[in-house]
Design a protein around this ligand. Structure first.
Ligand SMILES: NC(=O)c1ccc[n+]([C@@H]2O[C@H](COP(=O)([O-])OP(=O)(O)OC[C@H]3O[C@@H](n4cnc5c(N)ncnc54)[C@H](OP(=O)(O)O)[C@@H]3O)[C@@H](O)[C@H]2O)c1
Length: 300
């Protein structure tokens, strides 16, 4: 049987690169769409591991269409604001449709934004807006909801303060949040790309864990006592987000401080709780839990 051809856009990015590796490990033929401005070192690394890199004009549906010929799925791992999530992804999607590609995976990889309303989270609003267009087309799309990237618990997410032995949280200490590592998200995405019959939405979480349980994990791993510290309720967090957004709007920044707070606000919201989970869909998934991630991390 001939290899499935999977096209990846955003392959020079963090998640995209991992999706490409996972696809190649699974024996797929991987075409990566890059821009003339994309990092040359990243491109040669992708070529070295066996990807077929196509440097094209990503604003041209025609060029995208030619590069997608014969592919069974286009995977988007683009990251950005309106000009990327909506404008560039529309061109990518149109190019895929023009080439007759049957399936598309949009660059979502987030909380389940179908549960939230416009105005609650700028980056999720952009995804919902793109979906209005996506769902009006004939292509078969599958979105992957993975909560937050678990890897960020050791750096970007200010929750575990290793030096001070604190676990900070907003709202309810027993609310479980969904975390999935970048590698697990990438492998799951590769499985979805190669699976001909996937539903519109798939939901995964390497771990669903509360701030109190994270404290217990830290106590066990470190042999020391971590303290839970409630920084405030979700109402207070919403007010702080509004103020932070006024002081420093960061309209062109993908992740201004208030956006990170907004994501945490949504993670701690009851509506983010997963009612169904698709973790068992593929036999090769061995999910990394928060205790696994943190046991490999320097604890102070
Ligand atoms: N759930 C979470 O916790 C979480 C956290 C972070 C990210 N994410 C999501 O994961 C996905 C991937 O993010 P990432 O962090 O891996 O991204 P990243 O490392 O910043 O990479 C972004 C990719 O998008 C490409 N790109 C950006 N603008 C483009 C354009 N106009 N045309 C063509 N390509 C363009 C970049 O190409 P060049 O190399 O050419 O610039 C790069 O390959 C995004 O949907 C992001 O929002 C989720």
């Amino acid at each position: 049987m001939s290899k499935q051809i999977i096209v990846v856009a955003g392959g020079t990015g963090d998640l995209g690169g991992r999706i490409i590796k996972a696809l190649l490990n699974k024996g797929a033929e991987v075409r990566v769409l890059v821009r003339s401005t994309s990092d040359i070192k990243k491109i040669s690394h992708l070529e070295q591991i066996g990807a077929d890199v196509k440097a094209i004009d990503m604003t041209s549906e025609q060029e995208i269409s030619s590069a997608c010929s014969g592919a069974t799925c286009v995977v988007s791992a683009l990251a950005g604001l309106h000009d990327v999530v909506i404008d560039a992804q529309k061109v990518l999607l149109n190019g895929a449709i023009l080439a007759g590609v049957p399936r598309f995976i949009p660059s979502d990889y987030s909380l389940d934004f179908t549960k939230f309303k416009d105005g609650e989270n700028r980056n999720l609003d952009l995804r919902r807006a793109f979906h209005q267009y996506l769902d009006s087309t004939s292509i078969s799309a599958t979105t992957i909801f993975n909560g937050a990237f678990m890897d960020m618990l050791t750096n970007e997410i200010p929750m575990i303060i290793f030096k001070k032995k604190l676990v900070l949280y907003w709202g309810n200490a027993d609310h479980k949040m969904g975390f999935t590592t970048l590698d697990d998200t990438a492998l799951f995405t590769a499985n979805v790309a190669l699976d001909e019959s996937t539903p519109r939405y798939l939901r995964i979480a390497g771990d669903q864990i509360s701030p109190r349980e994270i404290r217990e994990v830290m106590n066990k791993l470190s042999g020391q006592k971590f303290r839970l510290l409630r920084t405030g309720g979700l109402g207070l967090l919403s007010i702080i987000i509004k103020i932070a957004r006024k002081i420093s709007p960061g309209k062109t920044d993908l992740y201004p401080t208030w956006q990170g707070m907004q994501y945490m606000r949504n993670m701690m919201d009851e509506r983010a709780t997963l009612k169904t989970i698709d973790n068992n869909r593929y036999a090769d998934m061995k999910w990394t839990m928060v205790k696994d991630l943190l046991s490999n991390h320097k604890l102070n």
